[in-house]
Design a protein around this ligand. Structure first.
Ligand code: NAP
Length: 490
């Protein structure tokens, strides 16, 4: 039996349909070294892809730099039409692409289909934005001269993406870069390169010219990307990943004063007031906690429930969590797929053990599942103290950590007591209180009576150590544009 025999015929066909080389200057290139891509539900190798070194990275940057001038000169309408074609192609190809995402990342197939639709939506949104690049014309306050203000592409951009949304994190960056007239070098996560490789081929087929999008995969991201970050031809780094890596990259970007966008980690509080619609709050927390098996930067990390309804809320949540089917993401009805790797299971297990040692009680789950595969069951912990390790770091797994609170001031203070500031969730039927709390929370986004905030038409991003800049919305394209002011003497 070979290592890949665990795939059925459709799964094998989906994996084999993905090019496995580097995509540079419009051509697929093989490398001498390759790296494995594992199925997190079995631990078996799905396929091997190119393992690029620094010289490959520099070749990709050279291709992006060479293509920059002509791409910036294409008409906004042409760029828009290419993105619109790619939007349609992703939707037409959703079955294959969702299967690829599930196999390399582990998420349930239904969620993977949702991710492909979400990913496609970034192309539609930025296709629509590409043709709305406005400017300005105004008299100088002293009279005489005029100010012309225009916006130009920032230039060749480095796009680094994480493994948890392997398709959507790519389109969320490639969409605005292309719409603005920027070329790019994309480096997907080592564990999930296949979605980006499949996307590169789709973009080629949809008419993206050679050199405009380049993709490099590697097992040594520091060695590959550092020379590119320090190279003056790179004009922009857009990074999504952990705060720890983001800080290292920001320091490197300082060397050339490179423009950066940073979408980093989160530690979302999910706040339920006693006057909340508890049915809606339970649905909301299930979405905010269990999307992507808890492996989302937006995941509800600290669930704070007002004492009057704490026991009822915890009991109802435990009942819902306890009935979630666990298994391989391709199996019908599965909600709890595998975590990305064995380290993730180890980290979640340690966080749960630490919380229990500090007095937290397990209502459901809490015991790691034996392999093969990296499974951890849906878990509910109550009375998790604020000093538990899981309250200070991203759990990144299917573990709901609940604690009671008494007053509005107290919960706002506790919610803000973190270096992170990506998203928070608030459930209350009192609109005045809801808006007051939303304003007081130190986050870039808040879900008020809703458990999902991600939307290509909204500005996604964080404050504090959760990041810099916004992706999506009316401002998303600005991350890839420079303002230029031209003083005109009449
Ligand atoms: P990560 O370890 O920081 O990796 C992110 C990306 O950076 C990967 O492509 C990784 O490559 C690459 N990388 C790592 N070290 C690098 C270096 N020295 N130079 C250049 N690139 C480097 O994060 P992750 O574990 O993949 O993703 C999970 C994190 O992403 C969580 O913290 C989550 O909250 C965050 N996230 C944030 C958002 C948001 O929008 N705010 C969205 C999704 C995820 P390798 O894969 O080869 O290590």
């Amino acid at each position: 039996m070979t290592q890949t025999d665990s795939l059925d015929r459709t799964e094998r066909a989906a994996i084999d349909s993905v090019p496995t080389g580097l995509f540079i200057g419009g051509q697929w290139r093989d490398t001498a070294a390759t790296m494995p891509v594992d199925d997190p539900s079995t631990g078996q190798v799905l396929c091997r892809v190119a393992d690029a070194g620094p010289e490959d990275g520099l070749a990709a940057l050279a291709a992006a730099a060479a293509a920059q001038r002509d791409w910036a000169r294409t008409s906004p309408r042409e760029r828009s039409e290419i993105l619109m074609r790619a939007h349609r192609r992703l939707l037409e190809d959703v079955d294959r692409l969702a299967l690829i995402a599930t196999l390399e990342m582990g998420k349930p197939l239904a969620e993977a289909r949702g991710e492909i639709a979400y990913a496609a939506e970034f192309f539609r949104w930025f296709a629509e934005e590409a043709v709305r690049l406005d400017g300005g014309y105004m008299p100088a306050p002293t009279g005489g001269s005029r100010f012309l203000v225009t916006r130009q592409p920032v230039g060749p951009s480095l796009l680094i993406t994480p493994w948890n949304f392997p398709m959507a994190m790519g389109t969320r960056k490639i969409g605005p870069a292309l719409a603005a007239g920027c070329t790019c070098v994309v480096k997907p996560a080592e564990q999930t390169p296949l979605c980006t490789l499949a996307l590169a081929e789709i973009l080629r087929e949809c008419g993206v010219p050679a050199g405009v999008v380049n993709v490099v995969t590697t097992a040594d991201p520091g060695a590959l990307m550092t020379p590119l970050i320090l190279d003056e031809r790179s004009r922009k780094l857009s990074f999504t990943g952990s705060t720890a890596v983001g800080k290292v990259l920001l320091e490197r970007c300082a060397r050339t004063v490179m423009r950066t966008s940073m979408e980093l980690g989160g530690n979302a509080p999910f706040i339920v007031f006693a006057d909340a619609d508890l049915d809606a709050a339970i649905d909301g927390v299930m979405a905010a906690k269990m999307r992507n098996i808890g492996q989302a930067c937006t995941a509800a990390n600290r669930i704070l429930v007002q004492r009057e309804v704490f026991e009822e809320f915890a009991g109802r949540l435990a009942a819902r969590m306890g009935e979630l089917p666990m298994g391989r993401g391709t199996e019908p009805g599965v909600v709890v797929g595998p975590l990305i790797d064995a380290d993730a299971v180890g980290k979640v297990s340690e966080l749960v053990a630490d919380a229990r040692a500090r007095g937290a009680r397990v209502l459901v789950g809490g015991v790691p599942v034996e392999g093969p595969g990296n499974f951890y069951p849906a878990t509910v912990l109550v009375d998790v103290p604020d000093d538990a390790a899981m309250c200070g770091t991203e759990i990144f797994g299917p573990v709901a950590a609940l604690a009671p609170f008494d007053t509005e001031d107290e919960v706002v203070q506790r919610a803000n007591d973190t270096p992170y500031g990506l998203v928070a969730y608030v459930y209350t039927e009192n609109l005045r209180r809801g808006l007051r709390v939303c304003e007081a929370l130190e986050t870039g986004m808040v879900g008020l009576n809703q458990g999902v905030v991600s939307n290509p038409a909204a500005p996604f991003g964080g404050v504090k150590e959760s990041g810099l800049g916004r992706e999506g919305g009316l401002v998303g394209i600005d991350e890839f544009l420079e303002l230029k002011y031209i003083g005109v003497q009449l």
